[in-house]
Design a protein around this ligand. Structure first.
Ligand SMILES: *[C@@H]1O[C@H](CO)[C@@H](O)[C@H](O)[C@H]1NC(C)=O
Ligand SMILES: *[C@@H]1O[C@H](CO)[C@@H](O)[C@H](O)[C@H]1NC(C)=O
Ligand SMILES: *[C@@H]1O[C@H](CO)[C@@H](O)[C@H](O)[C@H]1NC(C)=O
Ligand SMILES: *[C@@H]1O[C@H](CO)[C@@H](O)[C@H](O)[C@H]1NC(C)=O
Ligand SMILES: [Zn+2]
Length: 499
């Protein structure tokens, strides 16, 4: 029995010791550890020294000057001109600063209104989804039908015919719940609905509306689509469950201007000895037309170009080039990065590592990446250098990371900023996306992490390894220790059985 007991305790202890079992060559580990000094220099300069608070100050000036920066509009282009100039001022003096044309289209929100006429008159604020078509100019008037899920709709498809469909799906995660915004109009149109109102995709609401792009499917009738607040979706659900007839008027006017030119915004710190190899740091500059795009994605764009400012200012020029790319036209379908992928086709092999921050710049915790087994071990070792700001978490992902850079999922090692972003979707794509979401010291830490990781990877003797095998496939490496609950369960079982 003692043997069994020991075995049992051994199993319990396993998840702890498997937190990291990297077997990097000792020389490489040593090489990475030799960057402690420059990384500390970066951290000191950004969190306490000459760059303290600067990322926030520059971003605040930027969003206060330009506000929302929807693609296709001249405000975004003016904001790009401003940045191109700023990055070349004497203080910053970044290299190879330029814009790269991208053909874009512009979707324009017009008048939009929702009004309940039965069972009582009430204003129901709506925010049209990006890409939506218009209602007839006089609007539509129809009964409302509510579904908690596509399954509920599919169980009784004829119930949607001639109605305004409300999707009241609970927020599970953005990835899971956003399909009601993207696919809802097509699913409802197939059942003969006149229009769709989607519950705002958010984990928290103070009656806030959250827009975002919707997708129509070729060959299916396009119907107008907007979001309503979580609170109003819940109210519609309660009426529906009580069999109370709800009738609404809906008027949505939009237009599309197809032939615009925007730009991806580029700046560099040229590599000292292998300049053709490149590490990219990125975020997107375009935003929705509500709020001011401070969080989505002003933060990600600004920690990216500001990382170059810090490295240059500290005289830290790595062997390879570090390039900041501030994507355009992300929100309406990753148009900027796809154009970049085409115009830089011949360079893709030389993109050693690509980073994007587009899920918040709250207090940074580390990185989430898709980088293969050895790459994961290298990143884990690099992130140990970020201990002074507690941003050492190396989280492997078998799925794509980032937003724009997800197109390179199986081509180039990619990473996204892991940060304390539980509240990200409270503000996302809403009027609440303002500077007040951001914190100067969190932004400083994010800039420090971004600059440090880019610097080390761009300066290592060998190129970052390019492979994407699943971590589980290579024995001996696991980055996400089994949860404590597993440990507790095994211990409880052991106690129950043997003690
Ligand atoms: C970029 O687009 C502008 C028009 O918006 C045009 O004047 C310029 O020549 C274009 N540049 C290149 C390199 O195509
Ligand atoms: C609503 O109508 C359905 C179907 O007619 C019925 O089963 C249900 O009991 C009704 N609910 C209420 C609250 O009246
Ligand atoms: C990016 O470019 C590569 C090389 O030309 C191509 O294979 C790939 O399909 C492109 N990806 C996207 C999303 O356009
Ligand atoms: C890092 O975490 C430790 C322990 O939680 C804390 O004492 C320290 O202040 C943190 N440091 C920073 C820079 O946040
Ligand atoms: Zn974004």
């Amino acid at each position: 029995m003692t043997t069994v007991l020991w075995l049992c305790l051994l199993v319990a202890a396993l998840p702890l010791s498997s937190a990291s079992q990297c077997n990097l060559p000792e020389e490489l580990t040593k090489e990475i550890r030799s960057y402690r000094e420059p990384v500390n220099q970066i951290i000191d300069a950004v969190t306490a020294g000459k760059y303290k608070g600067k990322t926030y100050d520059e971003l605040a000036k930027f969003v206060d000057t330009f506000g929302a920066r929807q693609v296709g509009g001249e405000v975004l282009e003016h904001s790009i001109d401003y940045l191109l100039e700023l990055m070349q001022t004497k203080d910053y003096d970044l290299e190879n600063v330029h814009g790269e044309n991208v053909t874009v289209s512009r979707w324009i929100r017009g008048k939009e209104s929702g009004e309940m006429i039965q069972p009582r008159p009430a204003n129901i604020p709506v925010l049209t989804l990006g890409g939506s078509i218009s209602t007839p100019t006089e609007g539509i008037e129809a009964d409302v039908v509510v579904y908690r899920s596509f399954d509920e709709l599919d169980a009784n498809p004829s119930s949607a015919e001639g109605k305004i469909v409300v999707f009241n799906n609970d927020f599970v995660s953005y990835g899971v719940s956003v399909v009601y915004r993207t696919e809802g109009p097509t699913r409802a149109a197939k059942c003969g609905a006149l229009a769709v109102l989607v519950r705002s995709v958010t984990s928290f609401s103070l009656n806030t509306l959250h827009t975002g792009q919707t997708d129509y499917t070729d060959g299916v009738k396009k119907i107008p689509a907007a979001c309503i607040t979580v609170e109003h979706a819940h109210m519609m659900q309660r009426y529906h469950d009580r069999n109370v007839t709800v009738r609404m008027r809906l008027n949505i006017q939009t237009q599309v201007d197809p032939d615009g030119v925007s730009r991806n915004t580029v700046a560099e710190l040229k590599g000292s000895s292998i300049p053709d190899k490149t590490v990219i740091v990125s975020g997107h500059l375009d935003s929705w037309d509500v709020g001011v795009g401070a969080m989505d994605d002003g933060g990600g764009a600004f920690i990216s170009w500001y990382s170059l400012v810090v490295l240059k200012g500290l005289g830290l020029r790595p062997k390879r080039t570090v390039r900041a790319v501030l994507w355009t036209s992300e929100e309406d379908g990753l148009i900027g990065v796809q154009s970049y992928n085409k115009t830089h086709e011949k360079e893709l092999d030389d993109f050693v590592f690509v980073m994007e921050s587009d899920e918040g710049t709250f207090t940074p915790l580390g990185l989430i990446f898709r980088a293969g087994t050895k790459g994961a071990c290298i990143l884990e070792e690099i992130l140990k250098l970020l201990a002074p700001i507690n941003a050492t978490t190396a989280q492997n992902s078998d799925d794509a990371v980032g937003s724009d850079i997800s197109i390179w999922k199986d081509l180039i090692p990619t990473a996204s900023l892991l940060n304390d972003n539980d509240r990200y979707f409270w503000y996302h794509h809403s009027e609440a996306d303002t500077m007040d979401v951001l914190d100067p010291s969190a932004l400083d830490k994010a800039t420090a992490l971004w600059a440090s990781v880019a610097y080390v990877i761009a300066d290592l003797k060998d190129d970052f390894p390019r492979s994407f095998e699943k971590i589980e496939d290579s024995p001996g490496v696991a980055f996400q220790p089994k949860p404590t609950s597993f440990l507790v369960a095994v211990l409880v079982l052991c106690k129950f059985l043997f003690l």
